[in-house]
Design a protein around this ligand. Structure first.
Ligand code: ADP
Length: 625
């Protein structure tokens, strides 16, 4: 029966979507069928899944009822032979239906098979009741017993057995017609009796159909609500995935040329340049770094907001952290004629803390960078104090960055921790900035389980502080003595390094930097060539780009690791894929380290020194053994 022409638009459950513009794909007709056939199919599957076990139980219940009914009738009317007919007709049918319900195809044809089985059972029961009537024993169909049987069958088909309304309606109507035919055949001469009993069963039919219609309507609404929710969730997930992919691609696409710009500027600076050219190159490098900082900020913020930023947990000491901080900003502070004071609570300087020192450093660098930016004279002081341990036993540490700069009006103190907010927009032109640094710092400190804030007097300076808890143990002497990590050694002169890189500019920069450092460099412009070259001779170290044509860096690394003699050769990723997942993917593929483009020459050479030194050490170890 096609309900499309007579379809009534039953609105989907109220959602923002359907409230503003009814979605025609969600409408269903009077006979409860979604206009959208795909949705109707989904619903049928959902409905059958929902009812399958329940309906199986109903069939077993039906079987017990038939048995019980038969037994009672047999006790009361032992002479009525038709009683047995009920057993012989409906029992096999019920047993067949139960058996079928366990087959594989049952769920596909569940609705129609169940309805057909019920119609057959009903017809057999009416026949038996009519026969009983013939035998004059039970009063037959035109009695309240008959109506009761009819009621039971209609409720069974509309409510209990759980076939869909339109199928139940067809089956229920057939049962009604058969029942009326049977009573008409039994009492044809008495029109008023026929009208009387017909009225009763028709009423029962309408009531049962009404209940069935209402029940399925509720289930459909529930289904629609779930579908809407799933759609919204899928859409949100797709949007989030699209956003992440977009950010990852943009990050990669901006970092790659930026590596070219910064790398070439570094190379130029190394040659003989006039003071003016040096000044101009400094500006190029400064602007490039600034651009990189902005990109990193935007990526950090979006990753924090997408809950994708994870903090690492590794040991560090505060003197170590402060030395790094001083190395990064010391010159700039002094160039501006400001004083820099750093003070670590003695109770902390001898402790080894556990946490994400890189992200903590990022927060402190941001606060100090701001202090530097907004202070024209006077100085900046960075202090660390130990507070009382918190209830979980973590050592609570308070960091303070104070300056004697322009200060912040009280009404702006809260706002500046929001993304893209600045105390006074007019100062943006003067001082630059994106308004992201404090927002990121607040979120990072939040991830550390701490808090951040600021006190300020306009005109006389500001103090930014943050408090976070860290697990702490006494620092071992060796750790504090060499804060920069393993001692660097000179690059082994003449060692041959393979650089797998498809981007010619980046290849040129890397090659020049390495050759200047006394290494021999061989190049491969994709992963396949890198594997072939590695198979043909041993390299001391391999620098591997991630995204390359033909075979990417990850696959190339896996293949190289399987080559004889390459299990321990350092393979370092050198890539514009800068996220922590990218780092994990590289390490999982068998790489040893992950260098992010754009890279500073010192970072690349430092990594080369470290890894070539380590591999020489390993190699020596093997020879000695
Ligand atoms: P940005 O510095 O890039 O603008 P931030 O989020 O780091 O972004 O800082 C937001 C705003 O907070 C700054 O624009 C400035 O108005 C104010 N601010 C932050 N630190 C200081 C400071 N030390 N002195 C004065 N104003 C500050």
């Amino acid at each position: 029966m096609d309900n499309r022409c007579t379809a009534i638009r039953f609105a989907a459950p109220v959602t923002h979507h359907s409230a503003s513009a009814p979605d025609s794909t969600l409408a269903y007709g009077l006979f409860l069928r979604f206009l959208d056939s795909r949705l109707e199919k989904q619903f049928s599957t959902y409905y059958t899944d929902y009812y399958h076990r329940f309906a199986q139980a109903s069939l077993v219940l039906g079987l017990l009822l038939v048995l019980g009914d038969c037994a009672v009738d047999f006790l009361v009317f032992p002479d009525v032979s038709a009683n047995l007919g009920r057993l012989t007709l409906s029992m096999p049918l019920l047993l067949l239906a139960i058996g079928y319900s366990f087959t594989r195809t049952a769920k596909h044809n569940w609705q129609t098979v169940m309805a057909a089985a019920l119609v057959c059972i009903s017809l057999s029961l009416f026949w038996v009741l009519a026969r009983i009537d013939d035998q004059g024993g039970a009063g037959g169909l035109s009695s309240w017993v008959g109506v009761l049987n009819f009621t039971f069958l209609e409720l069974y088909i509309f409510v209990i057995i759980g076939v869909q309304f339109r199928i139940a309606f067809a089956a229920g109507l057939t049962i009604l017609a058969a029942f009326m035919y049977a009573i008409q055949a039994g009492i044809s001469s008495e029109l008023h009796a026929f009208a009387y009993w017909s009225y009763q069963v028709l009423t029962v039919f309408i009531l049962a159909a009404g209940v069935g219609w209402w029940r399925e309507g509720l289930i459909r609404r529930d289904f629609l609500a779930r579908t809407e929710l799933e759609r919204a969730r899928d859409a949100a997930e797709a949007a989030s995935l699209a956003k992440s992919t977009f950010l990852a691609n943009m990050s990669h696409e901006i970092r790659t040329p930026l590596n070219g710009v910064l790398g070439m500027a570094h190379l130029l600076q190394r040659g003989g340049v006039t003071p003016l050219q040096k000044h101009q190159l400094d500006k190029i490098i400064g602007s490039g770094r600034h651009l990189l900082g902005v990109i990193n900020d935007i990526l950090d913020l979006s990753r924090i907001e997408a809950d994708k930023l994870e903090l690492s947990q590794s040991p560090f000491t505060l003197p170590e952290l402060f030395r790094t901080l001083e190395a990064l900003i010391g010159n700039a502070v002094h160039d501006k004629g400001l004083l820099l004071a750093m003070d670590i609570d003695p109770a902390l300087s001898g402790l080894q803390l556990t946490g994400d020192s890189q992200r903590l450093g990022q927060v402190l660098l941001n606060l100090t960078g701001n202090a530097l930016k907004f202070t024209a004279e006077g100085g900046i002081s960075i202090r660390v104090r130990k507070l009382e341990n918190d209830e979980t036993g973590l050592v609570r540490v308070r960091f303070e960055v104070s300056d004697t700069g322009i200060g912040i009006p009280p009404d702006a103190l809260e706002r500046i921790f929001e993304a893209f907010e600045q105390a006074d927009r007019s100062t943006t032109r003067q001082y630059g900035g994106t308004g992201l640094g404090l927002a990121i710092s607040r979120r990072l400190v939040g991830l550390m389980g701490g808090s951040i804030g600021a006190d300020s007097q306009p005109g006389s300076g500001s103090t930014f502080w943050c408090v976070a808890g860290f697990a702490a143990t006494p620092a071992c002497a060796a750790h504090t003595a060499s804060p920069a990590g393993p001692a660097l050694r000179a690059l082994p002169h003449g060692a041959e390094v393979l650089v797998a890189e498809d981007e010619p500019v980046n290849l040129e920069i890397t090659r020049e930097l390495l050759e200047d450092a006394g290494l021999r460099v061989d190049c491969a412009e994709n992963g396949r060539i890198a594997v072939e070259k590695a198979a043909s001779k041993p390299y001391a170290l391999i620098l591997m780009d991630m995204q390359m044509p033909e075979v990417d860096g990850l696959e190339a690394t896996r293949r190289i690791r399987r080559l004889p003699g390459y299990t321990r050769v350092p393979i370092l990723a050198m890539t514009a894929n800068a996220f922590s997942e990218d780092r994990h993917r590289c390490l999982d593929a068998g790489m040893d380290d992950h260098l992010i483009k754009p890279f500073e020459p010192d970072v690349l050479l430092g990594a080369m020194e470290r890894w070539l030194g380590l591999s020489a050490e390993q190699h020596n170890g093997i020879v000695v053994q």
